[in-house]
Unconditional design. Sequence first.
Length: 261
Amino acid sequence: MATSNVVILLIGLHGSGKSTFTKAVTGADVEVSRCNGVTETTRICKPYETKYRGTKFTIIDTPGLADKVTQEENLAILNQIASQLSSMGQVHVSGVIYFHDIQKLRLRGVDRANLRILRAICGRPFSPHVALLTTCWNCINLDDPKYATQYGTILHDLEMERDKYLPNGPRTFKFDLDDDIPHKQVLDHFVKQVKSAAPSPLPELLFAEELKKYGYQHKNKKSMRAVKKTEAGIRIATEASKELDLGLGFVASFWRLVSGY
Ligand SMILES: Nc1nc2c(ncn2[C@@H]2O[C@H](COP(=O)(O)OP(=O)(O)O)[C@@H](O)[C@H]2O)c(=O)[nH]1
Ligand SMILES: [Mg+2]
């Protein structure tokens, strides 16, 4: 017998493997990028359904967050997520998966900014329902000791950063395209969380709660106003202005250096 509908929202940079995961899990014909992160294939949020061990899952694939801290692009993505959630009747999201391509060996400013945006989307009470999925493990050579240490470091940094922004036990999973056990573990994890919370519902995703509060309406031209008022909308604007300050600071220091002032 199918239990509840477990709705999972995917968040991550372009090319981090969201669509690849969706395709592997649902078996649907999901278009993936031909090259890691070079072009964005997923232009709209789209739900894909699958049934696993008697539970219905809806996986919401989303366009990737921008690889630079840009306000317009990220707000447009947030608006798409809002539109998708509201077209599904403000569905109750059970879990969020944040994707990180393990081939990116260093946590950059944009990765940290995205983790802060993720926290703003989820909110603190929802944080145990966020999973971190590292992808592309089958692209790396773990037998090389030099790289093995680096992968250990990036994983450690990622988990440290995750714990800073999303405390209370979000899990980390490794996704391997050549092996279907890891993605089954991810699905099992979310089913277990829904079942262990029952009969109480899971906490609501902060972003979904705020969309209701600010009267977000699907296909309404003024809907972006509501999106901008949410914690995630505010966070995206803050990250972009920090980036601008950093850029201006750099230009000023460079100018002082060359002009001698
Ligand atoms: N080898 C390997 N390639 C992957 C994995 N995940 C994603 N890719 C590749 O990375 C590229 C970008 O993936 P995609 O799913 O489109 O990323 P998205 O932008 O986050 O949806 C594609 O060429 C995928 O084939 C993985 O776990 N292993
Ligand atoms: Mg995609």
